[in-house]
Write a protein that binds this ligand. Structure first.
Ligand SMILES: *Cc1c(COP(=O)(O)O)cnc(C)c1O
Length: 360
């Protein structure tokens, strides 16, 4: 039953991350908010999944796939594009085959500036680039690797008034800190553990910065951080770069993380860890999460896959704890992974045939 409280003044409309948390972010005064009302994503309790992992603890997923372009990249992009546009920049550029490209393209479109996206040659998932194309970015394919593409965008942004919006841009991390603020604001304090996937390692670094800042400000406490890489792309677990990273979790298929040192420090300072999950574990968790009604792209399930394994092996005792998993991007970003083995049952358009098939 709905509660019978008397009508109250409605809260002011949500105006995006910079309006809500801008005073806590280190952004230059010229920053001019460009927003698509990103952030404010739900923290969804998943008690059945917690029970499957052994139970006795609270588990929440923060569904970052519900950001405007379907991934957490929008948190960083509102900050990076707002800073660039406020400075008078008319063109932004990034190297990406995925979510960064779509996010940069959308925020550039919103600001009315030009976006250029460099993609490496080879396997380029059409579904992931569709966003960048739809939002009107100029897509350029480079005959080389992702690292080559990144070197080029760094070089050109140093030579011309073109803003680099990869996560080397410090304002990206400032924006991404807000995920930690939101969790503390909803729960009233930091969780005991935070688990999340790690690719270029910007997000884990940003969350740790955010939790530390909020704790200093509001005494919200600190989580232990469990960062999870894909086993075929796990430089931070192996302790050396991976020349040919391979995993179905394309968003974290990175062999030389730009923010690797910061990520290792976040794990160490928080008394957490960086571990690896296999593709099979990641895909199984993607499926398991979808069975809760939360469909995420494979990379986004890595944090939970690692958590489940860590609990199963006894490396992490969750009893009585509150755990938050960041699920970073929407399942619609990579539909092929789900539909590639789809063989739908084909029936004549007859009631009997349908009964025979579904009531057996
Ligand atoms: C970018 C991305 C990641 C990895 O984040 P990093 O900051 O590179 O570690 C994970 N999942 C999704 C869906 C992403 O788009």
């Amino acid at each position: 039953m709905l509660s019978q409280t008397s009508p109250q003044t409605p809260p002011p409309p949500y105006q995006g991350l910079l309006a809500r948390y801008g005073s806590l972010l280190e952004l230059p005064p010229h920053t001019t908010p460009i927003t698509l009302l990103e952030g404010n994503t739900p923290l969804i309790p998943v008690p059945r999944l917690a029970a499957d992992m052994g139970g006795g603890f609270e588990l929440f997923v923060k569904f970052e796939g519900l950001n405007p372009t379907g991934s957490f990249k929008d948190r960083g992009m509102t900050a990076a594009i707002s800073e660039a546009v406020g400075k008078g920049v008319k063109t932004v550029i990034c190297a990406s085959t995925g979510n960064t490209a779509a996010s940069a393209a959308a925020y550039a479109a919103r600001a009315g500036v030009r976006a250029i996206v460099l993609i490496p040659e080879g396997k380029v998932a059409a579904g992931k680039l569709a966003g960048a194309v739809a939002y009107g970015a100029q897509v350029v394919q480079v005959q080389g690797s992702f690292d080559d593409a990144l070197s080029l965008v760094v070089a050109i942004s140093q030579k011309h008034p073109i803003a680099l919006v990869n996560s080397l841009n410090p304002y990206r991390l400032e924006g991404q800190k807000t995920g930690a603020f939101e969790i503390c604001d909803v729960l009233g304090s930091a969780p005991d553990w935070l688990c999340l996937p790690v690719g270029n390692a910007g997000n884990i670094s940003a969350y740790w910065m955010g939790f530390k800042q909020y704790d200093e400000l509001k005494n919200t406490g600190l989580p232990r951080v469990l960062g999870v890489q894909a086993a075929g792309a796990a430089p931070l677990v192996l302790g050396h770069p991976v020349e040919k990273p391979e995993t179905v979790a394309t968003a974290i298929r990175i062999g030389r993380p730009a923010r690797g040192e910061q990520a290792l420090q976040a794990a160490e300072e928080s008394h957490g860890q960086i571990i690896a999950a296999t593709d099979a574990q990641i895909l199984a968790m993607q499926k398991r999460l979808a069975a809760e009604g939360v469909w995420v792209e494979p990379a986004s399930a890595a944090g939970l896959a690692g958590l489940a394994e860590h609990i199963r092996t006894g490396a992490l005792n969750p009893t009585g704890k509150r755990i938050v998993a960041i699920v970073t991007g929407h399942g619609l970003k990579d539909p092929d992974i789900v539909t590639r083995d789809l063989r739908p049952t084909v029936l004549p358009a007859e009631l009997g045939a349908l009964e025979e098939t579904i009531l057996r």
